[in-house]
Design a protein around this ligand. Structure first.
Ligand code: ADP
Ligand code: MG
Ligand code: MG
Length: 941
């Protein structure tokens, strides 16, 4: 599906890779680096909750830093301490806990015991703790929290006595052995679950809450048996040993395969390590006046303030999210326990004002006393991010610069995709990984061949595969969208689809794909046969049966000028986007131009805020009916023939430019002279060979075809990407570039005559050395002077070059002598710096490279700072050293990529140029880059 007719930049809207993780946007002050000054310096390895703060995430992890922050705010946090990521790192490096760790933990444990008035695992009244992992970024694959550490055969009776609840004590012990056995000792969790099921069956009950103390005692015995049998050792009875083993297991969980995979996909560095939190237990499972819950300070979907959350009475830990019993909406807590509810509301307000952002929290009520167990700046949808940012400005909590750090270009891009009409969303078949955004509807096909065949006959198809491989490429191109049942965000399907800007849902594991029988089986036995309609949502990962209607995004309607932010029907989201874009345009330094080749795209680009055209490709002006002139040009045997062909092309070209300059009146338009190799304008070599051969056998060979075939053979190249193209063409085909320059000059003169304000810039592609540029410049200047004299105008045309070959970048100082501007062609520059032929590498081995972590993201998607970027930087500096007023821009697809825009801002380019639909994204990111330095500090994750 080409979502937006009129653009053919396939890279537009590349996938939203990592969700924005707002919790990390809080600026990190100096203190945290202190620990890293010298590796030899004695570092503190354990921090009491009251010693840390929210800015110490690198050292204490997200959870630990925020527990400390809440403690210091005076909120009721169960006391505890955090073991630093430094300790973890040393453990992972050496295979041993740092020497000082044991003593430091002992000291903090002593203090905790003093404060609580009881000792860990003490027989008559045990202190119990949870051991919780917590890295800087929350990460699936890390060790699950172990609750109730400190319980043993001896202390379980003490807990009974203290709580007056024998069932509670044995249930807690049973949970400890189960969690500890599974997560610390690595026992297969099913063994415990099976034993639990047996116990329920034996008693004839359905849920574990119906098991009594005596049943749980038996279960504990069974569980201990499982541990002994499976691990060859008894369940540790020494509470300190339990704690130490759990801490070590958390350290080790940093390197589980799942954690590593997640880090690679989300581009989280592998050397951060995790912190470990030891937190005294509070119990939500002590009867109906106890419970546990989760809450948001405002709606993470809409951004509205209110009471959002769930509460579960008489429950512990994950029970509330595990769905074992029905939770109640948080608002009902008011009826259950008004005092705690009011206190919670108060705390939520404190947290919002303090963090100046939406927070999500975990809490527990133990016999009417409220405890805070976790908070963090909460995740939110893209729409909510925009709404919340402007709401917080209105509340006076943040300023405009900070608001810009609260949203991302990826989020804005997400809001610009057409979407399924949620009112008409049909039955969800399954949910996979949202690999490449967009909304696609089509008939199910199960192989590439059918995809191509059906799409040629005008059908829209969704290509469904277990996973894709390079053989599926043509089918993927033909399909509206791609659905796979296997593979993650870096699978072949995901990478290639993102590269093509095509909707993709991958890894929908609930779906069984049977390519032989050409059918798909969804949970519940629903079968989708070849030809049945399905809909896939690449932004949510959802797969629907049947056709879900698609509606345009209101944000695009707004950018298009079809909806006004102030209008009655404009929704709150559009109003927020409007305000954020206004902030963005106020603070950004980088200008944003469009890659556009025709008046229609140029007009749209202007509506989207383009400040000119950074790349007008002229090749399409040689296609269609005009191809015949190009053929004549190529076949010309005399100067006269060639000149005649060029003469026919001049007015056509001129007409194109007049329209374009009119659409961009008053703004710069960079026109690139012809770039692609000539064979692209000739018939396909095989087709033509067959035609000629057939004609010859009939003895009526066409003279023109024969000449064409010769030309095709002559122009055939082993490696067209590195062959006769760009400036090389201009130099070997006399008159070609002169004709284009004349068309530009005449068009500009026409516009001046019509009282317009044309600002054309002529750009020479694929220059590798200044001599090439000088030759073209001399010729161009003559043509321009001639047109100016004849028409009596001053055209003020400038002439510059693309920097897209390593040699051009390396000799930028010389090239700048002959160039008024540089435009970095980062697509070709990436190809030539890496020695990658993009079409070949993306389909064949990029998946393997991404999976093996050679790079975290394709260098065609995000600029490779260290390699390609280094050349951009040095060429910019060298160019400006020669010519301080040298104008610098970029016109590769990177010009619209958020991360790359930040780089171009840093390097000091004047503008980025990107496809029209990415302009708002580039405007926003340019502003985020400009304001990150002053006020809003973001590490952009
Ligand atoms: P996660 O990172 O998965 O959120 P947590 O460490 O927050 O893991 O713990 C898992 C569950 O156990 C959460 O519901 C949390 O509130 C609860 N929990 C953790 N520590 C304690 C504690 N000391 N007392 C009571 N509940 C706890
Ligand atoms: Mg938690
Ligand atoms: Mg190029």
């Amino acid at each position: 599906m080409r979502m937006y007719p009129g653009t053919f930049d396939l890279g537009m809207f590349l996938a939203v890779r990592a969700e924005s993780r707002h919790e990390e946007t809080i600026p990190v002050p100096e203190e945290q680096h202190v620990a890293q000054v010298s590796p030899k310096a004695r570092q503190k390895l354990v921090y009491d909750f009251h010693e840390g703060n929210k800015d110490l995430k690198d050292l204490l992890g997200g959870k630990g830093a925020n527990l400390a922050e809440m403690t210091n705010l005076g909120l009721p946090v169960p006391p505890g301490f955090t073991i630093t990521t430094e300790a973890c790192k040393e453990y992972l490096e050496t295979g041993d806990e740092p020497k000082a760790l044991r003593d430091e933990v002992s000291a903090h444990l002593d203090a905790l015991e003093q404060q609580m008035g009881k000792k860990l695992g003490q027989k008559n009244d045990p202190l119990l703790v949870s051991v919780r992992s917590g890295a800087k970024f929350s990460m699936p694959g890390m060790m699950d929290t172990v609750l109730n550490i400190g319980l043993s055969d001896a202390s379980v009776t003490g807990l009974t006595a203290q709580s007056g609840d024998e069932r509670f004590a044995w249930d807690s012990y049973r949970r400890l052995i189960q969690m500890f056995g599974k997560t610390v000792l690595g026992v297969d969790g099913e063994l415990f679950e099976d034993a639990l099921d047996e116990a329920k069956k034996a008693k004839g009950v359905a849920t574990d809450v119906e098991l009594e103390a005596k049943d749980l005692k038996k279960l504990v015995k069974l569980f201990k048996g499982i541990v002994s049998r499976e691990t060859g050792r008894d369940f540790p009875q020494d509470p300190r040993e339990q704690m130490d083993l759990a801490v070590r297991a958390v350290f080790e969980s940093w390197n589980t395969d799942r954690a590593k995979l997640y880090r690679r996909q989300e581009r989280i560095p592998h050397d951060l390590g995790t912190a470990v939190n030891v937190c005294s237990m509070v119990f939500g499972n002590l009867g109906p006046d106890s419970g546990t819950g989760v809450a948001f300070t405002r709606d993470p979907a809409s951004g509205h303030q209110g009471v959002y959350g769930d509460y579960l009475q008489n429950a512990q830990g994950e029970d509330v999210v595990a769905g074992i019993r029905n939770t109640v909406p948080l608002a009902e807590l008011e009826n259950v326990d008004k005092k705690s509810y009011d206190q919670l509301m108060q705390i939520m307000e404190t947290l919002e004002t303090h963090y100046k952002d939406l927070c999500d929290i975990e809490f527990t009520i133990e016999r009417g006393k409220l405890w805070m167990l976790q908070t963090r700046v909460g995740k939110r949808t893209a729409a909510a991010a925009f709404r919340i940012a402007t709401q917080l400005v209105d509340q006076g909590l943040i300023d405009e610069a900070e608001a810009l750090q609260r949203v991302t270009g990826h989020q804005l891009a997400q809001l610009m995709f057409p979407r399924f009409d949620s009112d008409h969303a049909g039955d969800t078949l399954a949910r996979g990984i949202a690999a490449s955004p967009g909304a696609a509807v089509g008939k199910a096909v199960f192989d590439s061949y059918t995809a191509i065949k059906w799409s040629r006959s005008g059908e829209k198809v969704i290509l469904i595969r277990r996973e894709t491989n390079p053989d599926d490429l043509d089918g993927m191109i033909a399909a509206e969208g791609i659905l796979t049942s296997r593979g993650g965000k870096t699978s072949h399907a995901a990478v290639v689809a993102r590269g093509m800007g095509k909707t993709c849902v991958c890894g929908a594991e609930e779906l069984e794909v049977d390519t032989k029988r050409r059918q798909l089986t969804a949970p519940g036995g629903i079968v989708i046969d070849e030809g049945d309609l399905i809909s896939i949502d690449g932004s949510s990962g959802k797969v629907y049966q049947g056709e879900v209607p698609v509606v345009p995004s209101p944000v695009v309607e707004y950018f298009e000028g079809r909806m006004h932010a102030g209008a009655e029907d404009a929704d709150e989201l559009v109003a927020s986007v409007h305000r954020m874009m206004a902030y963005a345009d106020r603070v950004r330094r980088l200008r944003v131009r469009a890659n556009a080749d025709n008046a229609e795209d140029a007009a749209r680009a202007r509506r989207f805020g383009a400040q000119g055209i950074g790349l007008c490709r002229t090749e399409h002006m040689f296609l269609g009916e005009r191809r015949q002139h190009v053929e004549r040009l190529i076949l010309a045997e005399s100067d006269k023939e060639r000149e005649a062909a060029l003469e026919e092309l001049t007015p056509l070209q001129k007409g194109d430019f007049v329209q374009l300059f009119e659409a961009m009146d008053g703004l710069p338009v960079t026109v690139r002279l012809l770039d692609p190799p000539l064979h692209e304008f000739l018939p396909d070599i095989t087709e033509l060979s067959v035609r000629v051969a057939l004609a010859e056998s009939r003895k009526d060979a066409n003279e023109n075809d024969l000449r064409l075939l010769q030309a095709v053979h002559r122009l055939h190249e082993q490696n067209p990407m590195l062959g006769l193209r760009g400036v090389r063409l201009g130099l070997v085909i006399p008159g070609l570039f002169a004709m284009q320059v004349r068309a530009i000059a005449e068009a500009a003169a026409d516009r001046l005559d019509a009282n317009g304000d044309p600002r054309a810039e002529i750009m020479i592609p694929l220059v590798g050395t200044v001599q090439e540029l000088e030759l073209v410049r001399d010729e161009a200047e003559q043509v321009i002077a001639e047109v100016e004299a004849r028409r009596g105008v001053d055209l003020k045309l400038t002439l510059g070059t693309m920097i897209e070959l390593p040699r051009a970048a390396l000799t930028a100082a010389q090239i700048a002598e002959s160039a008024d501007f540089f435009s970095f062609g980062t697509n070709d520059l990436t190809q030539t710096v890496w020695g990658f032929s993009r079409d070949d590498v993306e389909a064949s081995f990029f998946t393997a490279y991404l999976e093996r972590g050679i790079f975290g993201v394709s260098p065609f998607e995000t600029i490779d700072r260290d390699g390609v970027g280094a050349l951009v930087r040095s060429a910019s500096e060298a160019g400006r050293a020669t010519r301080p007023d040298l104008k610098l821009g970029v016109c590769g697809e990177h010009g619209g990529d958020p991360e790359s825009v930040h780089f171009f801002h840093e390097v000091g380019l004047d503008y980025v140029s990107c496809s029209p639909f990415r302009i708002p994204v580039a405007r926003l990111e340019a502003a985020r880059a400009a304001s990150a330095g002053n006020g809003g500090g973001s590490d952009h994750r």
